[in-house]
Design a protein around this ligand. Structure first.
Ligand code: UD1
Length: 344
């Protein structure tokens, strides 16, 4: 069965392509390579023994989206990762985010409306909950006003899909609300490749440990949490990728209860920034250079998932521990460093 994966060479996209190929799906991956490297295809091949069909394509070009569906009339499902994801950048360039994250979504859904049967998986985010009033966060927690255009694209994206599914019964969709994806494939053949200075915690930690960054700034230790630092639900990217395959299979087997469903994807366990650092030090045997600085504007105090729905309805559960995820992130960073030195 042929599955279209947009953003298929990106961080979560590439890990999902691997899991899809491992399950026997034929993958068409498209990516505009704005935040991914073509070499990711080699990594996928090294792991699975097979390269997906690949097209370098910017989906903001509506005609290209139409062409893609004309070329592949037998697409059985779409997993849509292609999007911009930097919160800070979205504050500077809101229209880029609305065009890239919402314009493209509309073009894809228009193509799916033309099909007899369409199955669609959307990358959403726990950012839609803002600072939730209760922990752990269930899917029924209210969606809070977005703090950034990026966050808004995830909220509005979900609404666009919900409204489309309401009027188009031939489209079945699942929105997956990710908590904090970290780590890399255990083979260290694919992983996260942040452009420039990483904004997210784990790549900043590993780049500091490898000597690319001088010091990690821990944003605030005066939050109302046990050690004063923020709490998040860090989920291994391979676990996350497997959840996409489960969600897709649910739709393909017609097991969905309604044609638009939402699932949280997390581990259910919250970890503080200091606990993440300790985990890194444990698995790498290295001391991390860090200092406590002021809070980062826009950070919520804590966010971790109630995963009951994904566990029971989707039949999926995160398997990896924080230490395992941190170990894979570290091994990936060492591999990237090795490639970097080999090139220079
Ligand atoms: C961020 C986005 C979220 C997005 C996710 C995907 C915000 C408010 N949220 O999540 O919408 O879906 O990325 O990538 O930006 N930290 C440090 N020092 C650092 C970096 C981070 O102390 O150099 C802390 C943060 O304060 C936070 C935790 O580490 O407590 C995780 O931060 P990060 O990795 O940026 O993820 P989120 O902010 O949770």
């Amino acid at each position: 069965m042929k599955i279209l994966v947009t953003g298929g060479l990106g961080y979560i996209g590439s890990h999902t392509v691997v899991e899809l190929q491992n399950e026997g799906f034929e993958v068409v991956a498209v990516d505009n390579l704005s935040n991914a490297s073509i070499e990711v295809l080699d990594g996928i091949e090294a792991i699975t023994g097979k390269k997906p069909l690949f097209g370098q394509l910017d989906l903001r070009d509506k005609a290209k989206v139409q062409e893609l569906f004309k070329k592949h009339t037998d697409i059985a499902g779409v997993i849509h990762f292609a999007a911009s994801k930097a919160v800070g950048e979205s504050m500077e360039k809101p229209l880029l985010y609305y065009e890239n994250n919402l314009g493209v979504l509309v073009y894809l859904l228009k193509e799916l409306q033309k099909k007899e049967n369409a199955n669609f998986i959307f990358s959403s985010s726990c950012t839609v909950y803002g600072q939730a009033d209760e922990m752990p966060i269930t899917e029924n927690a209210p969606v809070k006003p977005a703090e950034s255009p990026y966050g808004n694209t995830k909220q509005v994206g979900e609404e666009i899909i919900r409204d489309t599914c309401r009027v188009t019964p031939n489209i079945k969709a699942i929105a997956l609300r990710y908590f904090n994806p970290i780590g890399a494939h255990p083979t260290a053949k694919i992983g996260e490749l942040p452009l420039g200075v990483p904004q997210n915690l784990v790549p900043f930690i590993t780049q500091t440990a490898v000597g690319l960054r001088e010091q990690l700034s821990v944003f605030g230790d005066d939050y109302p949490t046990p050690d004063g630092t923020c709490i998040r639900d860090y989920i291994h990217v391979v676990d996350l990728a497997k959840a996409h395959v489960k969600a897709l299979q649910r739709l393909l087997k017609d097991e969905n209860e309604s044609n638009y469903e939402v699932f949280n994807l997390g581990t259910g366990k919250g970890s503080s920034v200091l606990e993440v650092i300790q985990s890194f030090e444990r698995v790498s045997g290295k001391k991390l250079n860090y200092k406590i600085v002021d809070r980062r504007p826009g950070d919520v105090i804590q966010a971790f998932a109630d995963t009951t729905k994904a566990n029971t309805v989707l039949g999926w559960k995160a398997q990896s521990t924080l230490d395992e995820a941190m170990k894979s992130a570290w091994e990936w960073e060492l591999q990237v460093e090795k490639n970097r030195s080999a090139k220079s």
